[in-house]
Design a protein around this ligand. Structure first.
Ligand code: UTP
Length: 408
């Protein structure tokens, strides 16, 4: 892209300020900046001017979950079905680790965080240990795909390599990078993170399958006959991954998606809850839950929207391929975004200072025809690390790990 073309594009979107330092740059830096301007989708930035129009929901009705008693009653049959799928190489695991983990506030990828107290025990290690349990049980290796972003790719790969993948077989670990999106101030103006670089953030976890496809990994997926992906977040150190019983339940119920859920601990707990939206599976965020929905009861007299998602889903690969062309809704999230101030000095803000633009994996659920919400016991499978202290923190996760017999 030439300077003239870049200027034209920037004027169209009101972003001419990103050329502020252009005259000071070397030829290489100029080329880098022009290339980034060319590659950046600026049309999405306009969305922050009509934020209230985003994410309008359709008609919400309840979607019953498979509860613990039903799971218990069918445990051995579900588990056998799941183990058979794993042994047949039909299940892969996808670790979403492209996020910035800004709330935890560590400069390293979140998975590198050491939750140990008397020994080293990293978040990545906890997750790989949990997956390895299933590998032993099934006596079959499971392909593990790790999504990173430009911001943490090298550090993640090097860390896992340096730790010998915590005992996982290297041939079964694959990395791919997600896309980035520009980050803006509250007026929708793109921040600069260097004089020749727009501030960028990973574009949310909703693009994981497209990014996997763009990386060329689907060839391996097809070659190996992988039909299901268990997609999970980096921050829940207790979750069971490629859980045979969960996989078997989803398969036996004939659903194309399974979603692990926990019973809410209060009607207003801040988790997204499973529901139907216009008759299709969906997730309604806690801030979208009206009082009427919050207090609605099902036929048993229990709260009708009582099961929160924990970002552990099982997707059927064929269905993911069918939805590759679908438009994902855009979410605008307030974040702390490093930026160059008026004097051109890099500032790392202590509080949110602007927007990043994301698509979310939970929106993929609504593209699917059927979904099985599958209840898990909160204290055994849900220990997310979002913050350093307090709710969903290193502290609370450590307590839960210990409660579950993990030595720290
Ligand atoms: P979070 O919603 O906790 O976001 O991600 P985050 O960016 O990691 O953390 P904060 O909000 O800045 O503190 C939930 C999961 O989705 C992944 C994260 O790595 C985590 O496993 N994720 C998030 C991505 O893979 N890519 C993204 O762009 C965002």
């Amino acid at each position: 892209m030439t300077l003239e073309q870049a200027r034209e594009k920037l004027i169209k979107y009101g972003q001419e300020h990103v050329l502020k330092y252009y005259d000071e740059l070397s030829d290489t830096q100029r080329r880098e900046l022009l290339a980034q301007i060319e590659a950046t989708d600026m049309s999405i930035l306009e969305a922050c001017k009509h934020k209230e129009d985003l994410g309008r929901k359709g008609v919400i009705t309840p979607l019953a979950a498979m509860e613990l008693d039903e799971i218990e009653a069918n445990k051995s049959s579900f588990t056998d079905t799941g183990l058979e799928a794993i042994r047949g190489g039909r299940v892969g695991a996808v670790l979403l680790a492209g996020g910035m983990g800004t709330r935890l506030g560590s400069d390293n990828p979140k998975g590198m965080y050491n939750v140990g107290l008397t020994r080293e025990l990293y978040i990545f290690e906890c997750l790989i240990n949990n997956l390895t349990d299933v590998v032993h049980k099934a006596d079959a290796w499971i392909h593990l795909f790790v999504m990173t972003s430009d911001k943490n790719n090298e550090a993640t790969i090097n860390f896992l390599k340096d730790h010998d993948y915590f005992g996982y077989k290297p041939e079964y670990v694959h990395f791919f990078k997600q896309e980035m999106a520009a980050a803006t101030d509250y007026e929708g103006k793109i921040y600069m993170e260097e004089k020749n670089r727009l501030s960028t953030s990973p574009n949310g976890n909703g693009g994981w399958f497209i990014s996997m496809k763009n990386s060329g990994l689907l060839e391996l997926v097809h070659g190996e006959g992988i039909e299901w992906f268990n997609v999970f977040a980096v921050d829940n150190v207790l979750q069971r991954i490629a859980d045979p019983c969960f996989i078997g339940a989803t398969i036996q119920k004939g659903c194309v998606v399974g979603a692990k859920v926990v019973r809410k601990n209060a009607p207003d707990e801040k988790v997204g809850v499973m529901c139907l939206e216009d008759g299709k599976p969906s997730i309604v965020e806690y801030y979208e839950l009206t009082d009427e929905l919050m207090n609605a009861k099902d036929e048993k007299g229990d709260p009708a929207y009582n099961f929160g998602v924990i970002l552990n889903y099982l997707f059927k690969v064929k269905e993911l391929e069918n939805m590759l062309e679908a438009n994902m809704p855009l979410h605008i999230v307030e974040k702390k975004i490093p930026y160059l101030d008026e004097e051109g000095r890099l500032v790392k803000p202590e509080a949110p200072n602007g927007y990043k633009f994301e698509s979310l994996v939970l929106d993929m659920i609504h593209q699917m025809e059927s979904c099985l919400p599958y209840e898990v016991v909160r204290n055994r499978e849900f220990a997310p690390i979002k913050n350093r202290t307090g709710v969903d923190s290193v502290e609370s996760a450590r307590a839960l790990l210990q409660e579950n017999g993990v030595r720290l």
